[in-house]
Each structure stands twice: as C-alpha cells, then as structure tokens.
Ligand binder design. Sequence first.
Ligand SMILES: Cc1cc2nc3c(=O)[nH]c(=O)nc-3n(C[C@H](O)[C@H](O)[C@H](O)COP(=O)(O)OP(=O)(O)OC[C@H]3O[C@@H](n4cnc5c(N)ncnc54)[C@H](O)[C@@H]3O)c2cc1C
Length: 404
Amino acid sequence: MKHADIVIAGAGIVGLTLARELTGRGARVLILDKEDAPGRHASGRNSGVLHAGIYYAPGSARAATCLEGNRLMRAYCLERGLPILESGKVIVARSPAELPILQALFERAQSAGALVRLIDAGELRAIEPRARTVDKAIHSPLTAVVEPKAILASLRQELEDGGRAQFRFGVQAIGPAQQSGSAVTRTLSTSAGPVEYSVLVNAAGAHADRLAHAFGCGKRYVLVPFKGIYRKLRPEAAHLVRGSIYPVPDPATPFLGIHFTRSVSGDVYIGPTAIPAFGRENYGVLRGLDAEAPEILWRDAVLFATNPTFRSVALSEPRKYLFRHFFADAARLLDGITPEDVLPSPKAGIRPQLVDLEKNALVMDFLSEAGDSELHVLNAISPAFTSSTALAPVLADKVAELAG
Ligand SMILES: Cc1cc2nc3c(=O)[nH]c(=O)nc-3n(C[C@H](O)[C@H](O)[C@H](O)COP(=O)(O)OP(=O)(O)OC[C@H]3O[C@@H](n4cnc5c(N)ncnc54)[C@H](O)[C@@H]3O)c2cc1C
C-alpha cells in the first residue's frame, strides 16, 4: 500500500461510483475505508429512494444530476438483477396552507424535466387508497426504491473483478504526511502508514470536513450531524401503503419530512427524522458520542441563535423521539393508521449537513473543493445516493484536471 495513482478515502456510494467511473477511464484506484465494509454509514442507512428530480433549485448540481442519476441507477439495478421496486410516490398536502407550496413544487419539478402529475383526491385514491391530502397531490411515477446495500456490494464486486481497483478496509485517512521528495506524488498519512498518491479524493461523508481541514481546505465549512430515526408498520398494516407517501416539505430546509416508504423487502418504513445529533456517528441516544460532542453542541447553539431554518428544525424535530409526536406527524399522511400499527425499528442514519460558517447558513447543494492534488467532496447530501452515478463523471473530470 505504498503508492497508488488515485486514492479515494471513503467507500460509500460517492467513493464507489467515482471509483467505477475512474477505472472505466483506465485509472488505477485505491479505495480506503475506516470500516470493515462499504456502506456502514449514510449510504447503507438511508431510505433507498431513487428520487426523481422534484425538489431541487433550478441550476443546482442536485437538479442537474438527480434525474439522470435516477435513470442510471434504475438501469444499473435492472442490468445487475438487483432489487428495485418501481412503486412511484405521491406528495400530499396536510393543510390548505401547503397547497401553494405543492403547486410551486409541481412547477419546479416540471421545469426541471421531471415526470410529474398534479392529481386530485380521486386519482390519489386510485394510486394510494389510504393517503390523505387536501384537494390535490403530486404523483411521481419514476420514484423507485432500491436496496442500497445490494448496490454497494455489487459495485464492490464489479471493482474487484475489474482488476483496476484495490480496497483496504479498516484504514483511516488522517491527513497530509511528510513529503517524500517526489514532485508529482504526495503522501497521505493513514492509520496503516503512509500512502503516496497522484490525486486524493476525500469522499469521507460525515468526516469529509475534518479530512479537508487537515489539508488546509474548506476551512469556511463544517459538517453538522442530523439524526434520522425510523419506525415501521407492523406487517398486518403494511397494506396501508403501496409505494411512497411524502408530505409537502419545508422549502427552507434540505429535509423532506417524515414519510412512508415501502422497501424492497415489503416492510413499510416511517421516517426519517432530522434531529440535531451530537456526534457524527451518534446513531443511538448515547451511542456514537465522543469528545467532539461539546463542540457540536456549541455549533448548534450558534446556529440556533443566528439561523431561523436551523432554529425551526431544532425546535420541531427532537420531540419526534417521543412516540406520540412521531405518530401524530405520520398519521397526517395516512387514513386508518393506529398507534398499534407502528413498531420501533433499529434503522437510523446520520445526515451530515454542511454549514457555511461565514454565512451561518446550511449549504443547500452538493459542494466539492479542490486543493493542489486533492478533491474534497464536502456536502454529499440527499439525493447523493440517487445522483451518484451522474455525479461521478463530474467528479472524475475534476480528478483528471488535478492529475494534469
Ligand atoms: C437517514 C437518511 C436517509 C436518506 N435517504 C436518501 C434517499 O432515500 N435517497 C437518496 O438519494 N439519498 C438519501 N440519503 C442521502 C444519502 O444516503 C447520502 O447522500 C449518501 O449516502 C452520501 O454518500 P457518501 O459516500 O458521501 O457518504 P457515506 O456513505 O457516509 O460514506 C463515507 C465513507 O467514508 C468512510 N470514512 C469516513 N472517514 C474516513 C476516513 N478518515 N478514512 C477512511 N474512510 C473514512 C466511512 O466509513 C464511510 O464508509 C439519506 C441519508 C440519510 C442519512
């Protein structure tokens, strides 16, 4: 493990799809991950929804890659025989006040080229008989559900079989190491010793800002963790949901609100929340808390004081730890659901959300920053799983530029 052409730190969906793109272009790639397998964090703990280009600001990287990513990932699953549920989704309005936002969302989706229909309550009943709405809803037939871990395993297999990629698990990328003297290679310090590289890609998800900072990059940004917890419908109530039922989201936040998603296994998940967390891997109440917790708490306090969006999330989300609040939120989307229908679930994920310290604002788009020979992927927020296959060529072009 002394030298590699391109080193990718992070075997989540961003790292693996980029490795696939780069090896497809003829490069040799070394992929490091601090865990023992791909997808131990966000990429293996998400809802598995292939989004269909509805929510994202015109001109944003999220808008530019979501639809194409959906098409490519769908094709990948079909080609490789991976589970996919082409169940579509509906977005419903919980109150008359949400109707103008629903209408604006519909227009935004249409102008982005997404396949969507504005439907009335009768049409909604035919698609999702138990979904509740006020007057109108959006139907997105191209929203699909996949099994993220199966996709990650397939990508790993493909990379291993291709002979141009090597994996090293249980190895943490730390920062720049003492230069070896060569003008064209640099050295990365890792928990398993130094590695020389021509280009390093930091795809370290929730830890990407720390790794970037070690290289003196992205200092104006910091990642703040939000916890997504899920519950699920008991099997006898799973028939209440055919596909996915989402609320109208708050356009000021990057989160979509608690929703129902039928997974490829047939389980119907409810969630995720977006509760401010106190650790980058704080999946349980106390699990994953470390020495950084006071710093995160302080950062959250500053955001609470200065950023109205963060304040509204911080005020509304934590109460969803309590069953009655979680249930009340979910029940606004579905007729006939009772508290007995909702079971606990161990499924939980952390969304690392980039904050711009100069503006005290949440960064609402994908963001990467380049150093001399390093590319730092700093804000692979949702829908980065969906977008990954379309984002990979964009990142690969940046790697090619750095490689000269
Ligand atoms: C609850 C939840 C629900 C979501 N739902 C959806 C959805 O339905 N659809 C969708 O498109 N997106 C969804 N997302 C977003 C999506 O999961 C993420 O955008 C995406 O997985 C980010 O991928 P990543 O590769 O950047 O990060 P990760 O998957 O977190 O991968 C980063 C990897 O880097 C490794 N690592 C970290 N630090 C180091 C280091 N120093 N050295 C070596 N390795 C390191 C980690 O072990 C990890 O394997 C959701 C996210 C969450 C949390």
